[in-house]
Design a protein around this ligand. Sequence first.
Ligand code: AMP
Length: 207
Amino acid sequence: MNIVLLGAPSSGKGTMAQKLVEKFNFFHISTGELLRENISLRTQLGMVAQTYMEKGNLVPDELVCKLVEEKLRNLSKDVNVIFDGFPRSIVQAKMLDAICKIDKVVNLSCSDDVIKERTLGRRICSACKKIYNTRSYSSLSCQACGGELISRSDDTLETVTKRIEEYKRQTSPLIEYYKKQNKLIIVDASKDIDNFDFLFSKKGGKN
Ligand code: AMP
């Protein structure tokens, strides 16, 4: 089963992906993580992507699609994949449909205020990339590996405001796109989600 996690920045896509990987052994593809890896390795793609990411804009479709195509090319067809933060535009969704069968799409829905509060409190382990929030975890080191917790450079109020705008303009049309394909499940992302039965029921709809 291949799943797409849709949702605004800080709606909890990364946290849900981590839980699904731990519980069900999915293979996790986060385009945000792949892009950040490219930035820290100072690849050509990373240098171009950075100019978009630091402003809160989406990276051009062709660059992100290339990254995902490369990842999928080396993956066995039997592996179940979670796409976290991909697709983020109709162009990307069409490209994904052409190379991979998507079974379910989870839209994590929450208010702009919750998104802003979560973004400003988000901390990431610099070693294992586990995600925390200062609301529920005040330590400066990772519970899982002891690594240092850091803020993402794009988790500022100015950037998140732009990222929310980009989400509404380019990504939210995907809700309708996947609804028409009868794959959409809407989840209230203002709550902690630990029960994933909704992924395995035959129907789409609200959780
Ligand atoms: P994320 O880690 O998912 O919050 O993504 C961080 C940033 O990476 C986004 O604000 C975009 O600038 C860029 N990005 C990640 N995924 C995509 C995508 N599918 N399409 C375009 N840009 C992306």
